[in-house]
Design a protein. Structure first.
Length: 107
């Protein structure tokens, strides 16, 4: 496990604004590790003990809640997103392009 990479992932995730989401791949690209989306996923899976990392705002490249099984309950990720105004139907973020936050463009 690359703890520096994980720390860098968490620092990016902390910057995602409320009501926005990003993808594992977008974070990997921003960190200069284009082919490391899966490693970003591993970092997110390990973040459940970190209260200040909004892991619910990281989804797969098409807006699916692929990490939902790593939350306290299978519906917690969706509940957190919906509390921020994001619409989720069948584990899929609606209007994904409108709520997508790309760190390469925003940071």
């Amino acid at each position: 496990m690359d703890t520096n990479f994980f720390t860098n992932v968490y620092e990016v995730v902390k910057l995602i604004p409320k009501g926005k989401v990003t993808s594992y791949g977008a974070i990997a690209n921003y960190l200069g590790a284009k082919k490391s989306a899966r490693m970003v996923g591993w970092a997110m899976n390990s973040s459940h003990t970190l209260e200040d990392v909004p892991a619910h705002r990281v989804v797969n490249r098409v807006g699916l809640l692929s990490g939902k099984h790593f939350f306290e309950t299978p519906t917690k990720m969706q509940e957190l997103l919906e509390s921020e105004g994001i619409i989720v139907i069948d584990n899929q973020i609606q209007d994904f392009e409108k709520v997508f936050w790309n760190p390469e463009n925003e940071l």
